[in-house]
Design a protein around this ligand. Structure first.
Ligand SMILES: *Cc1c(COP(=O)(O)O)cnc(C)c1O
Length: 487
């Protein structure tokens, strides 16, 4: 039996609430005459498949379901790597303005000056943040940006007549990095991290050769640690003739303090939905613009938005363009939100990074007496604990995550990065108050104490969720979503 139902809390399925003959609203009776529609467009009503409930019960049903969602408006959401911060609601209002939503993407440049100006200004702002020379706004997410970047790497080497096949990726990398490189036909060469959780220079040197196309890194890396040898890394890779790809998912740690260009990178993606605010739980939409150095600008997807001194226009004439990676110009509404956020923050974008880093260090230092901190050094915007001490007492990281859910906290990211056993990856973000951080710290400390005094009780959670424990493997491999099968 994979699921244990909590009878008193469980909301009945809408099919179980159905009572034959109940009307919500019925448009098929005398009140509406459908004679004006050609019969061939009308289907027969099949009374066997639709639940029958009143209008009020339908509303209550879906409200109850929505209340079961956890979201940033409901509580702290320290999901490491994902940057689940507060996204100003005014951005949604702006993205919903008619002038934006009613604009057809095929309208002429002269009719779309406002939208083109917004994209142009966003391009310029992101070039400033990354230090890069040219940019595309088209990719729809970080992983899509990686794919775009790897396509650029591939086309670049084809164009200069070199057949380089290897992409180097550290063992701490996000899984999308090797996946994106592999999709472009590259071989993945994994290198081990050193005892400081950083790229091991000797390991890097041993794999660099004239077959090296690129290295993919995020800095700070997925342990939340800044690669102190980044300049040496970029010198070594460039000397071997390779390119450096920057996974910009952690950009919120460095804005205004340094940038990927200064570190020596050639290509970078930015997850607008992480660093520049867009709600992104449940799969999007997001945006993953890709910025490049001067020598790669002719490889960007087309069109790029340009300005000729009097008007804005779409430039499709890009010499070695890899082509399009998405219809039209990317997820435009996400671009609006990012632009609104950047305008609203102005020079304070730098404070976003400062506060994100401060909050993470505060939390890490409060928690490291209670949870193993495998890489005990100053962190950037996130840090990774290990649940190994708790595991010795019979409570693994997954159980700690489940325990947190009963205290109105979304669990942190767990079991990633893979190089930390029983990993608990915490990213508080800049948008939380000290009181909220303290609340989370205290609950984490309480749990660590409870593991010592009463591990059985910790394992008995969660108690407040509609489904208490699921079989994680079965739930992922054989999702069973049809209501009939639970009967
Ligand atoms: C989130 C993330 C990605 C993937 O970005 P998506 O926008 O989710 O596709 C890649 N690398 C790192 C380090 C990330 O945190």
């Amino acid at each position: 039996m994979p699921v244990i139902w909590l009878g008193d809390i469980m909301t009945k399925l809408i099919f179980e609430k159905s009572k034959k003959g109940t009307d919500g609203i019925n448009l098929t009776k005398e009140n509406i005459n459908f004679d004006f529609i050609d019969k061939k467009y009308l289907s027969e009503i099949n009374d066997s498949i639709l639940p029958e409930v009143t209008e009020l019960e339908v509303m209550r049903h879906y409200k109850e379901l929505s209340d079961k969602n956890f979201c940033i408006e409901k509580g702290f959401y320290p999901l490491g790597s994902c940057t689940m911060k507060y996204n100003p609601k005014v951005n949604e209002m702006l993205a919903g303005l008619e002038g934006f939503t009613d604009l057809h993407p095929l309208q002429d440049d002269e009719d779309s000056q406002g939208a083109l100006k917004l994209m142009y200004n966003l391009q310029e702002a992101l070039k400033t943040v990354t230090g890069m020379d040219a940019i595309t706004l088209q990719p729809a997410a970080g992983a899509h940006g990686e794919l775009t970047g790897m396509m650029i790497v591939k086309k670049y080497f084809e164009t200069i007549g070199q057949n380089r096949k290897n992409v180097i990726i550290p063992d701490s990398a996000h899984g999308t990095n090797p996946a994106s490189a592999a999709m472009c036909g590259f071989n993945i060469v994994e290198i081990k991290s050193n005892s400081k959780g950083q790229v091991d220079l000797e390991a890097l040197k041993s794999v660099l050769d004239d077959n090296t196309a690129a290295i993919m890194l995020t800095n700070p890396n997925t342990l939340g640690i800044f690669e102190e040898n980044i300049l040496e890394i970029s010198r070594l890779v460039h000397n071997a003739g390779g390119l450096l790809y920057y996974d910009g998912a952690n950009m919120n740690a460095i804005m205004g303090y340094t940038n990927p260009k200064l570190m020596g990178f050639d290509i970078v993606h930015i997850n607008l939905h992480k660093t520049f605010s867009t709600p992104h739980g449940g799969g999007g939409p997001g945006a993953g613009p890709v910025a490049v150095v001067e020598k790669l600008k002719d490889f960007l997807p087309s069109p790029v938005i340009k300005y000729n001194g009097t008007s804005y226009f779409r430039d499709y004439d890009i010499k070695h363009s890899i082509g399009k990676v998405k219809a039209f110009y990317g997820n435009f509404s996400v671009l609006i939100k990012a632009y609104a956020y950047i305008l609203a923050m102005g020079k304070e974008l730098k404070d976003v990074s400062a506060n994100a880093v401060l909050n993470a260090n505060y939390m890490m230092n409060k928690l490291k007496q209670y949870y193993l901190l495998p890489y005990d050094t100053k962190c950037m915007h996130e840090f990774v604990l290990s649940g190994e001490w708790q595991k010795e007492d019979g409570v693994n990281t997954l159980a700690i995550a489940k325990r947190l859910m009963d205290s109105n906290f979304h669990p942190p990211t767990v079991y990633f990065p893979l190089i930390v056993h029983e990993a608990i990856m915490i990213e508080p973000t800049e948008s939380e108050t000290k009181e909220r951080l303290d609340e989370f710290i205290n609950v984490m400390i309480e749990i660590a104490k409870e593991v010592k005094s009463n591990p059985e009780e910790v394992l008995n959670h969660p108690k407040s969720t509609p489904v208490r424990k699921v079989d994680e493997t079965l739930a992922a491999r054989k999702p069973d979503l049809a209501y009939k099968s639970i009967h």
